[in-house]
Design a protein around this ligand. Sequence first.
Ligand SMILES: [Zn+2]
Length: 185
Amino acid sequence: MKTWKLWENEKINEEESRLLRRHADEIPIPLDEEGKRDIEILVDTFTGRDDAAGLAAPQIGISKRVVVFKNGNFSDKTPVKKGGGNYDVLVNPRITQIRGDKEKMQEACLSCPDISADVVRATSIKVKAYDEKGNKINKRYTGFLARVVQHELDHLDGKLIVDRGTTIYFPKEKSQFFDKIFKGE
Ligand SMILES: [Zn+2]
């Protein structure tokens, strides 16, 4: 599955942007065939790649509330292996607690090519969700992992780093295009 992007080759993707900007729909629990299939497509798209810490269903054109992400070892660049236990799947996730300090860090996103953005995130969160089998789960995420989870959950509400970013960085040679987007010039 290809990744949907707000823009590509200095051109706005209108149709893909509309879906990426949508508030994604809940997946019915207990999981039905369609829900199971959507989760599987997302996991299959995420596993085997080495260029993402996580992926949300809207990023592959499925407007449903499910995300997948590496649950540690972020410096290990070997592709994520399906069934390898090194990723988490969260269905219909909800942040139930935010604790600790906030931290600013540069983030990138497959759906926002060529840019990065300073984003302020909480360093400790608790999440209520269902796993890929439809079982209820409660999890705490801290540090960089908490950041990854917040980034992916934002996708389900149609929010991207261009919305959260306090500063946005892009290559100089593409400033004509990005200045138009970010500064309305
Ligand atoms: Zn993203």
